[in-house]
Write a protein that binds this ligand. Structure first.
Ligand code: DAH
Length: 344
């Protein structure tokens, strides 16, 4: 009788030693069988009373050995199996060499945009961005654009099909309005972003492009201040020997308004073509913000004045890199894009 009880415990110990649970599910079965509240070792403890007195001690030791082996094995396995689940230990060879990942490069439009923005940041302008879907107020009305201005036409601006009072913004000048509605002078911002116009796509024009807008409003800001900042900007972007000129122009939101040209030269056929035979290249529009605009935004015009300017980015990028088709800038062909490397 007692021999067979001893044998029963020995075979349990053997089964524990031989058990080889490989998954958390198998380990759970092991736990229920040998460690859980209804484990198979427990009933054997109850058999103690059937063991002759002189063998009780040995039987007890053997039972404890079974119990401890089961617990020790369960603890060891549960650590290693749950670690595998976490991914802490796995079959992946962490010492294997990695696959090389080709480095991307910045888009030429981003390079030029970052360069322009950083020139103004160094002068104390803060970057401000805003929405691309606009209402008429921010895209036109508050920018002093008359109700019958041709830019408001559906042939020029993309209105939303579902809501004719909203449109894709046609200029980043909208950001000026948002900013002046929310803040009081001094305001000094630079606003890069996408704009949209209902244009037929060709080598020279696209229905979406990028602009950078600048605005400075404070007490006593003058046209001379604007000229000096633009001159500084041109020197930074085109080199210290750059020559610029301001031509009188018209924008609804500035008075007086001007267009800025940089001197490009007239030595090659390319120069001739790019400057339309003048040697001068137009780079931006600018002017003193019309007091009507300031008043519509709640800015006190007795105390404040300021200037604004805006420029297209694609044109600058095309000039800089001698890209002859604007569509290349939107096709994302890696063979084209990988040619541009820059610190910006
Ligand atoms: N918003 C004008 C455009 O898209 C560019 C421009 C001109 C912006 C003069 C200005 C400005 O802030 O003062 O053609």
């Amino acid at each position: 009788m007692s021999t067979s009880l001893f044998d029963q415990v020995r075979s349990v110990i053997q089964a524990i030693e031989e058990a080889d649970p490989k998954s958390p599910q198998e380990l759970e079965l092991f736990r229920v069988k040998y460690v859980g509240t209804k484990n198979t070792i427990k009933p054997l403890f109850a058999e103690m009373r059937n063991v002759p007195n002189e063998e009780k001690k040995a039987f007890g030791l053997l039972l404890n050995e079974a119990k401890q082996k089961a617990e020790a094995k369960f603890n060891a396995l549960s650590n290693s199996l749950t670690q595998q689940e976490d991914g802490t230990i796995s079959d992946i060879d962490l010492t294997a060499p990695g696959f090389p990942m080709p480095l991307g490069s910045r888009h030429p439009v981003s390079i030029v945009m970052n360069q322009i923005v950083s020139i103004f940041q160094r002068l104390g302008f803060t970057i401000v961005e805003n929405r691309e879907i606009e209402d008429e107020w921010h895209n036109f009305t508050a920018l002093n654009t008359p109700a019958d201005h041709p830019a408001r036409d559906m042939t020029d601006t993309y209105y939303l099909k579902t809501d004719i009072t909203h449109m894709l913004r046609s200029q980043t000048s909208t950001v000026q309005i948002h900013e002046m509605e929310q803040k009081q002078p001094p305001i000094r911002i630079i606003s890069p972003g996408r704009v949209y116009r209902n244009e037929t796509v060709s080598a020279r024009a696209h229905a979406q492009f990028h602009q950078v807008e600048g605005l400075y409003i404070d007490e006593g800001v003058s046209f001379a201040d604007m000229k000096q900042v633009i001159f500084h900007f041109a020197k930074e972007l085109y080199g210290p020997d750059v020559k610029i000129r301001l031509r009188p122009s018209y924008f609804p939101f500035t008075e007086p308004s001007a267009e800025v040209d940089v001197y490009w030269g007239l030595n090659s056929d390319d120069d001739y073509r790019m400057t339309k035979g003048t040697g001068w290249l137009e780079i931006m529009g600018c002017g003193m913000v019309d007091p009507n605009v300031l008043e519509m935004c709640g800015i006190d015009t007795d105390r404040n004045s300021g200037y604004a300017f805006g420029m297209g980015i694609e044109r600058q990028a095309m000039r800089k890199y001698k890209i002859n088709d604007i569509r290349l800038l939107f096709e994302n062909d890696v063979r084209f894009l990988s040619q541009f490397k820059s610190a910006y």
